[in-house]
Design a protein around this ligand. Structure first.
Ligand code: 13P
Length: 257
């Protein structure tokens, strides 16, 4: 059985003060249920405070939104895996479409980061997904295959198994237009087949796949009911602790059936 994983990617939102208020509300709403994994992914500046507030919780984990592929040195503005580990960060989002599109991250750079994360015992939440033009051009599987094979290159089977893969169609991010459960399930089934092709069936069966793109309390249950959707990577709706708590509850219900 794959443990469901619901993650809140706050992007460039939330001060330290707002983080404190958010987590107080969120923890009161959700309690500490260990049947699903919940990952809070604040901006770097709020990681230390979030780390302090969630340290007593078993099922709540901390994630970072990016990291450097380098261990240390003259890389102004960058943050290393060791610095994240020091704050008890467990997960790191890599290959997000905003990093690919706005900051020029290539498949090769993302692969370096994915490998560096594993070397430092951080679990990547590795994002893939097609643009609208690529979907309209019938390129979904070709794009996903390219991104997956490049991003996972050089990893051992255990590392692939411990990578969370997030399918985030670019046209669904921040648009209010989520992929339908069937569209998302089709993409996830394809991703699982690709993982099997680069590793084996046992790894593919265990690897966790999240859907991301306009996930809301109102659509989470239907998406998470699909067999190959093991969780959600939530942007906008995760900024409200009550909305995100509802999405977590939808995940618990959908995956305990
Ligand atoms: P939205 O939930 O705001 O569409 O963002 C999705 C996302 O990019 C999560 O990483």
């Amino acid at each position: 059985m794959r443990k469901a994983i619901l993650a809140a990617n706050w992007k460039m939102n939330m001060t330290v003060e707002e983080t404190t208020a958010y987590l107080k509300t969120f923890l009161a709403e959700t309690g500490d249920a260990t049947d699903v994994e919940v990952v809070i992914i604040p901006p770097f500046t709020a990681l230390a405070q979030a780390s302090k507030l969630i340290s007593a919780s078993y099922s709540l984990k901390l994630g970072a939104q990016n990291m450097s592929a380098h261990k240390s040195g003259a890389f102004t503005g960058e943050v290393s895996a060791t610095m994240l580990r020091e704050l008890f960060v467990r997960y790191v989002v890599l290959g997000h479409s905003e990093r690919r599109q706005l900051f020029g991250e290539t498949d090769a750079v993302i692969n370096e980061k994915v490998r560096a994360a594993h070397e430092a015992a951080l679990k990547p939440i590795f994002c893939v997904g097609e643009t609208l033009a690529e979907r309209d051009g019938g390129q979904v599987e070709a794009v996903l295959s390219r991104q997956l094979r490049a991003g996972l290159a050089g990893l051992g089977h255990k590392e692939v198994q411990e990578t969370v893969i997030a399918y985030e169609p670019v046209w669904a991010i921040g648009t209010g237009r989520n992929a339908t459960p069937q569209q998302a399930q089709d993409a996830h089934a394809f991703i699982r087949r690709e993982v099997a092709a680069v590793t084996d069936a046992a790894v593919a069966d265990k690897v966790r796949l999240q859907y991301g793109g306009s996930v809301k309390p109102g659509n989470a249950a239907a998406l998470l009911a699909e067999p190959d959707i093991d969780g959600a990577l939530v942007g906008g709706a995760s900024l409200d602790p009550r909305d995100f708590a509802e999405i977590v509850k939808a995940g618990k219900t959908a995956k305990s059936r």
